[in-house]
Ligand binder design. Structure first.
Ligand SMILES: [Zn+2]
Length: 56
């Protein structure tokens, strides 16, 4: 398992790339960003740390 220094992309689950961490690609980063802006619209500037995304 090549999971020593790499994490799974939170968007699609593929292995993250060093140049796009924690995502596997700039595209997934954009997807996650858009999702974030949508889901945390009511909580600006306050990252949610106790959500289902907090699986690392
Ligand atoms: Zn991805």
């Amino acid at each position: 398992m090549p999971t020593d220094n790499t994490k799974a992309c939170p968007v699609c689950g593929k292995l993250a790339r060093p140049d796009a961490r924690p995502f596997c690609s700039p595209r997934c980063r954009a997807v996650d960003l858009g999702r974030w802006l949508g889901e945390t619209y009511a909580v600006p500037g306050k990252p949610e740390t106790a959500e289902e995304q907090d699986v690392e």
